[in-house]
Design a protein around this ligand. Structure first.
Ligand SMILES: Nc1ncnc2c1ncn2[C@@H]1O[C@H](COP(=O)(O)OP(=O)(O)O)[C@@H](O)[C@H]1O
Ligand SMILES: [Mg+2]
Length: 301
């Protein structure tokens, strides 16, 4: 897919936008009530790559995102973006949450223009970029509709456009497609992968969905249970642009999926024996996937 600088700010590879974590720890509370959530966690989110983090529910993924975004500080170790310690939120790192942050009183176009307007950048150029982004995410015909008039999937797409217009060095996404039905989710994966393939910025995407993870990732970071740290880093060397049928008919992709699932299963079992209900759900979900076979389709659909 061609990189076109003139559309919405897509650009070739950059030298900025890399985050490294070194022995990061985060615990809440103090004294006997200390709860370690992240422990001895080290990894690099490489520039211009789509790094996906997967881990059991409740392992500490959103906590890590709050640390990366600078909303909270680690209790140990260091987080650096392009060599500089992260101490607070910055416009170089933009977080897209699972919950919709669209303003219900603004139409789609105005929602997307919110960031530029807040910076007094309501110029013909930014308006053109907003229009190009609307087209990219399939919402051209919905530019004057309000969030309640959009489907769940459309709202998430509007959300992506609203984040991307600000051109952050790094986009951080915390389970952004959670709660969508299976078909809307698959559509979102293709839209999002297409945006990434053209836009090519550093993306850090957190999920609990293995199919989503394999389809999107350049690198997959598999996390342990709480207190979380890296269990494995797996390169997902499947060529781009990717289509759903390519990836899920691909033996190599299925091998990666099975490898990741067996690690996640071990982690879930560990916390299951510790009495966690979330882990029980995960173990059950995993069993369903394997029961449906390791075949060529996303097993949960
Ligand atoms: N502010 C906080 N105070 C105490 N415990 C917290 C706080 N934030 C998160 N936790 C705990 O950290 C654990 C991991 O939560 P979270 O990062 O949301 O997990 P995930 O996103 O992987 O589902 C949970 O057990 C949660 O209760
Ligand atoms: Mg979370």
């Amino acid at each position: 897919m061609a990189i076109n600088e003139s559309t919405y700010g897509a650009r070739p590879l950059t030298t900025a936008g890399e985050i490294s974590l070194e022995n990061v720890a985060k615990s809440y509370g103090s004294g006997p009530f200390t709860k370690p959530v992240v422990q001895d966690c080290s990894f690099v989110i490489e520039r211009n790559k789509l790094t996906v983090m997967i881990g059991p529910s409740g392992c500490g993924k959103s906590t890590l995102i709050r640390l990366l975004a600078g909303f909270e500080r680690p209790t140990g170790g260091a987080i650096r973006m392009d060599g500089k310690t992260v101490t607070r939120p910055g416009k170089d790192r933009l977080v897209v949450f699972q919950e919709s942050a669209l303003f219900p009183w603004m139409n789609t176009f105005d929602n997307i223009m919110y960031g530029p307007r807040a910076r007094q950048e309501d110029t013909p150029q930014t308006r053109d970029r907003a229009k190009a982004l609307l087209e990219k995410v399939g919402l051209k015909a919905f530019r004057t509709k309000y969030p309640t008039q959009l489907s769940g999937g459309m709202q998430r797409r509007a959300e992506l456009a609203r984040a991307m217009i600000n051109n952050p060095e790094m986009m951080i996404l915390d389970e952004p497609f959670r709660g969508l039905d299976a078909m809307s989710k698959e559509l979102m994966w293709e839209y999002y992968a297409g945006l990434f393939e053209e836009w090519h910025r550093t993306n850090f995407f957190v999920t609990t969905d293995i199919d989503e993870a394999i389809f999107l990732a350049d690198r997959l970071i598999v996390m342990t249970n709480i207190p979380t740290r890296v269990r494995a880093v797996i390169d997902v060397d499947i060529p781009r642009p990717r289509r759903l049928s390519d990836v899920f008919d691909n033996d190599h992709a299925n091998q990666i999926k099975m490898q990741a699932l067996s690690l996640l299963h071990e982690e879930a079992m560990k916390s299951f024996s510790g009495g966690s209900r979330a882990a029980a759900d995960f173990v059950e979900a995993y069993s369903k996937r394997t029961a449906a076979g390791s075949g060529s389709q996303p097993a949960s659909h």
